[in-house]
Each structure stands twice: as structure tokens, then as C-alpha cells.
Design a protein around this ligand. Structure first.
Ligand SMILES: NC(=O)CC[C@H](N)C(=O)O
Length: 430
């Protein structure tokens, strides 16, 4: 078993971790799917009233490799550039749409059937949708869920987010797996030629851009909301209150709810909040949140993390983990197509167990670049990449993935309890 896992890592690591070269364009190739019974009106879809004629394709997604994907639009109209990534989660599209870490990206759902549960008030992971757009195979013609307040198409339209459906998401996913993430331009504008859109996609890049400043909050605020007790599955033994300062690099609400449920008093601060101000607030711990884009494009955030190292216990999640990796002296790199989904097996080397995790990242910390004393605590079993770090001497812990799930499995929820234990230990020593 052990050997099988090792062999699997050896076989796959090279594939998934090698950054992609820029794709060559031989000529533009147009792809379209055979017409399925999609409705012309989303209002009709919400009420179940069928309108004819069937909608025909009115949108194009042009990828930087020269492929042109004809599709049908829903949500907002216009032209939008972004990086296309695929997400393998079966459920939770609303949490995915409101995860700020997707800023600058088109999320392509591999689950072909999207929209069937509509959207509701409770599943928002942030104040708005920051992603570039949504790409799906089939848009549900009706919504049916007791929490549903709105159809997905109306929701995206209100938030000015473009969506397309009736596009071969399986073929695009294979292309992304083979060639790596690709930049694309999505348009509903007939006047734009395929060549123009290709040129647009090839002249834009997500690497090296600071996307955090566009999603962070503008001023500090207190967070009080907890996980609804009806949904909470892990809430025993939380007595003492710990004050946590949470750096908002694009924070998901469920990180805050879980910390709050575990007994933390939370102050959320903007990404530019000085480390000196944080220390003046005398927190028991600091959380560095998830967030969009390239971790090496935000040296200011790395500087803040560095200034807090060793002064207070810290916990990093996803972007927070990558910033910690850099602050400790390590390097981050862009993966071939990253990890996005709710089914990633991770080996927890400390507890010696496998956890199925929710993940959403395109970058990773290179463990070989880390100084002595920094321990790799978690490994992604699909490709052997670093999924967690600890530096006990400085009371540092971090995960590359999402223990708060939303959406995804809850196997790693207990890590919030480990952060509490770390704060407790340091407080008792003081
Ligand atoms: N979810 C996140 O925090 C993502 C981190 C980073 N933007 C990445 O893509 O790797």
C-alpha cells in the first residue's frame, strides 16, 4: 500500500507540477455541441414554463490555444477575459461562485448538471462574485430546493457575471489537463472576430498581477456569525475565547464561521493592515486567509506575514499558506492546472491519516526551497505536492487546502481546534 502510494506520486508528480509552455496556435478551430433542449428564457426556466424556439448559440469562448467554443449565454452579456480552470465538485456551485479566490478566473464545472438547486441567502461565501465567469455543460431548466430564492441565471445577471452553457466541458477539461490552464475570452458580441478574441486572450496573463487588493475589505470589522448549530457537527469543548486577527486576502465566510464556532472572537482586517497595528491589538493568534492570484505578486503581504512571525501564533489557509511559505524563505510556483474540487486526498503526516479535502489553488509552495526546521505536514496524494506546513519554533501552521470546506468534505475541520490548542499553549507559557 505504502509503495503503491509512493509509486503513484512518482508517476504523477512530474505531470501535474510542471508549468506549461505557451500553447502554439496552428489555426483557429471551432467546436460546438449538438443542440440540446435548452430554453430561450430563464424566467421560463424558473417557473417551468417552456418557451420556444430553442435558444441558439450566442456566445463564444476563445482559448489562447486557438480553439473557439460556441455556446449559449446566460447571466451578463459582454466580453470578459480570464484564466479557465476546471472544478470537480459535484455540489456547491454558489459557494464556488462567491469564493473570492476565483477572481480573474472562469470556473468550468465538470459536473454537467448545474443550477438545479438555484441560489439561497445562506450559501454566500463573500459579499459578491469576483470570478470572471461560469462555464457549464447543462443549465437546469427548473430549480427545486427548499432553500432556493432565485434561479442561477437571474443571480448571475444581477451580479454582472457572464455564464455559458451547452459547451463541451469534458473536451475543454481534457485540454486543460493536457496543456495546462489556458487564458480565454468569453463574448456575446457578434462584432468581435475570432482572431481579435484570440489576440486578446494571448496578450493577457494572470501571473504577476496583484488580485488581492481588489477583493479585500476596506476597513477592519468584527465578525460574530457562527455555524448554525443545526449544521454544526463538531462543537464540543469550546470554552475560552481567543482573539484572532484575520487578514482578509479574499476570505471565505466559512473560515470565519468555523473559527467563531470554535470559540474565537474575530477581527477581520484589510490585506494592507500593518503588522505593528495588529500587534498593538494583542491578539492570541493571526489567521492569513485564502485569496486570488499569484502569491509572488504581493510582496507587501509577505512583508506583513514576516513581521508577525514568531510574535504570535499564526495559521495560513491556501493563499495564507503560500505567503507563509515565502515569508519563511521558501518559493512558490505555478502548477500545470492546479487543484479545484472537493475530492482531493491529502495525507496528514502528523495524524497519519488520509483526509478528503476541498481545494482551490493554482500555485504551490516548493518544499525543497524551505529552510531547515520547516516541516511538511500534509501531502496531496494525487501529485505529491505540499499541502501543509508547520514551523513549531515560531508557532506557525498552514494548509494549502480548505478545512472550512464550503463546499466540500469536513474531514479536516479539526485543524481549527489545533489552532486553538496552539494559541492556548502559547498563552499558558506567557
Ligand atoms: N484559494 C486560494 O487561496 C488560492 C491561492 C492562490 N490564489 C492560488 O491560486 O494558488
Amino acid at each position: 500500500m505504502e509503495l503503491a502510494i509512493k509509486n503513484r506520486i512518482a508517476l504523477t508528480t512530474q505531470n501535474f507540477l510542471t508549468p506549461k509552455p505557451k500553447p502554439k496556435v496552428k489555426s483557429l478551430r471551432v467546436f460546438s455541441v449538438k443542440c440540446t433542449a435548452s430554453l430561450s428564457s430563464l424566467d421560463g426556466a424558473a417557473t417551468g414554463v417552456v418557451e420556444r424556439p430553442w435558444k441558439t448559440s450566442d456566445a463564444r469562448l476563445v482559448l489562447e490555444d486557438g480553439s473557439v467554443w460556441r455556446a449559449k449565454s446566460f447571466g451578463a452579456r459582454g466580453t470578459q477575459v480570464g484564466e479557465v480552470v476546471f472544478n470537480t465538485s459535484l455540489t456547491g456551485y454558489q459557494e464556488i461562485l462567491t469564493d473570492p479566490s476565483y477572481a480573474g478566473q472562469f470556473v468550468l464545472m465538470t459536473n454537467p448538471h448545474i443550477g438545479n438547486t438555484g441560489v439561497n441567502f445562506d450559501d454566500e461565501e463573500s459579499r459578491q462574485c469576483f470570478l470572471a465567469g461560469l462555464v457549464i455543460r447543462s443549465l437546469s431548466i427548473s430549480t427545486s430546493n427548499w432553500r432556493c430564492t432565485k434561479a442561477l441565471g437571474d443571480y448571475l445577471l444581477e451580479r454582472n457575471i457572464m455564464g455559458i452553457y451547452d459547451v463541451d466541458t469534458r473536451a475543454i477539461t481534457r485540454r486543460l489537463r493536457q496543456d495546462g490552464s489556458l487564458v480565454g475570452v468569453l463574448t456575446t458580441e457578434e462584432s468581435k472576430t475570432d482572431e481579435e478574441l484570440l489576440e486578446m486572450s494571448r496578450s493577457w496573463d494572470i501571473v504577476g498581477i496583484d488580485l488581492i487588493s481588489g477583493v479585500t475589505c476596506t476597513a477592519p470589522y468584527e465578525w460574530v456569525d457562527k455555524t448554525d448549530p443545526e449544521w454544526d457537527f463538531n462543537c464540543e469543548g469550546r470554552g475560552e475565547i481567543y482573539h484572532v486577527i484575520a487578514y482578509d486576502f479574499g476570505i471565505k465566510h466559512n473560515i470565519l464561521r468555523r473559527l467563531s464556532s470554535y470559540g474565537c472572537k474575530i477581527t477581520v482586517v484589510p490585506s494592507s493592515w500593518p503588522a505593528s497595528e495588529t500587534l498593538k491589538m494583542k491578539p492570541d493568534g493571526v489567521l492569513f486567509s485564502n485569496g486570488p492570484g499569484d502569491p509572488s505578486a504581493v510582496p507587501c503581504a509577505v512583508k506583513t506575514v514576516k513581521e508577525l512571525l514568531g510574535k504570535v501564533p499564526v495559521f495560513g489557509i491556501c493563499m495564507g499558506h503560500q505567503l507563509l511559505g515565502q515569508a519563511l524563505g521558501g518559493k512558490t510556483f505555478k502548477m500545470k492546472f492546479g487543484h479545484h474540487g472537493g475530492n482531493h486526498p491529502v495525507r496528514n503526516l502528523v495524524a497519519n491519516r488520509v483526509e478528503i479535502s476541498a481545494q482551490n489553488h493554482n500555485y504551490a509552495v516548493d518544499p525543497a526551497s524551505l529552510p531547515k526546521g520547516v516541516e511538511v505536514t500534509h501531502i496531496n496524494l494525487n501529485d505529491g505536492s505540499c499541502a501543509g506546513l508547520a514551523f513549531p519554533a515560531l508557532n506557525v501552521m498552514s494548509l494549502q487546502y480548505h478545512p472550512e470546506a464550503s463546499p466540500g468534505p469536513h474531514d479536516s475541520d479539526s485543524v481549527f481546534g489545533e489552532f486553538i490548542e496552539l494559541m492556548k499553549k502559547v498563552k499558558q507559557k506567557a
